[in-house]
Design a protein around this ligand. Sequence first.
Ligand SMILES: [Cu+2]
Length: 501
Amino acid sequence: MKPINRREFLRTLGYGAASFAGAHLLSACNTFLPQTSPRPFEGEPDVEIRLTAKPGQVPIFPGAPTNVWRYEAVVQMGPAESIQTIPGSYLGPIFNLKTGTNLRVHFANELPEESVVHWHGLHVPDHADGHPRLAIPGSETYTYNFTVMDRAGTYWYHPHPHGITGPQVHRGLAGLFLIHDDQERALGLPDGDRDLPMVIQDRVFDAENQLVYDPSVMGMYGDRILVNGTPDYELDVDRGAYRLRLLNGSNARIYKLAWEDGTPLQVIGTEGGLLEAPIEKKVITLAPAQRLELWVDFGRWNAGETVSMVNLPSSAVGGDEGFPIFTAKVRESEREDARLLEVFPRHDALELGDAVNANEPRVFVLGMGMGMRWMINGRTFEMTDVARDERVRLGDAEVWEFVNQGMGGGMMGGMNQAHPMHIHGLQFKVLGRQVDPRGAQVYDSLKDGFVDAGWHDTVLVTPGERVRLLMRFTDFEGLYMYHCHNLEHEDMGMMRNYRVA
Ligand SMILES: [Cu+2]
């Protein structure tokens, strides 16, 4: 890896004097935000759902069922298709909603401990964001009211109570939240049974088929891969086009995914919805909480053939060996005429020139402090604490820079671990990356799989890397969070508040 000097880095980011003076790195079309009310809606919702978190049992392996915690949902008002359960899975039901929907969710906590629901990736008022200060004890209910404002895409929901998010997600609490809009529908992408959610998770089970939660400071890594809650996941496909929505729902594991035969992957979407154009990749890197959408023409394989998506070895923790993720079996069928549009509608609504503080990005240094605590700028999480450099102004666009000290991080050297950094309440752009070539093994092994185009709510910051992001704080004042989405890092303090005012 060639070292990048500071000047080159700035140029790459569009920070050179010439480019900063006028040129816009990103386009300025302002059409992507739907014209919905930024306030909590008044009156009756379009869709009302009762979402319950409670202990249950599911058959995962032959023999004894597995004790899990799971979400269940009932539609109390609105179309029944607003939720879709995954039969036999511990995963929560899939929400299916249109942009502009006024949604009310009554969250009933029937767990033996406190919990709260975070709508991951959604632009919602702070009281609906699932901050841990809003966690409710068992047997209580919390009502969320918000308008679904985001673009069509693959979002998700999961618990966010302080210090126990990792174990709650590990027990099974997570579900997809799919948003649809007219722009997406006009593209004619594969839908119905050709639109396949794929939630990838790793778990440890004991000899009695029970989940074992035994994390280290590196996080909780499992030795069994589950897709949609099923081990050794297989699906039958026709020889036509499919849309695969991949979510890394794992607590800590970073995947480096590829088709086993080297067939290129057509990436059409990221966390914040569809890209402006498909991107072809040999491999894709998927860090915890990240989503990537693929367009796949299974007609390129012959009837009767199977093709597996595999995890390739990497230098990420636990990445020493490759293994299969799922296998598609191509049915006896005629090859269909399947073609992917080359260009999707544009949807950029942020330009670097909007970032008034662009010369001085907010810098957040990721590392480990005394007592094996993961830290951001030398601080760990305190429930409502907001430092001076964590206050932003409503309406501002800003550049944030996450710096992973890697082995240079003092005591324990930051453990040389990558951190998938998540910012609540918005979608951001990735402006650029700079890496210290000393000790960049993790970066080198994963960089070919990065998809930095498009909109994101989670970005992987590998050891020795500085990653710059562009974002705007719109519509809602209040208390939001930014944190590492390695859930054990998060539970060990690698989380902070930011306040929009
Ligand atoms: Cu982390």
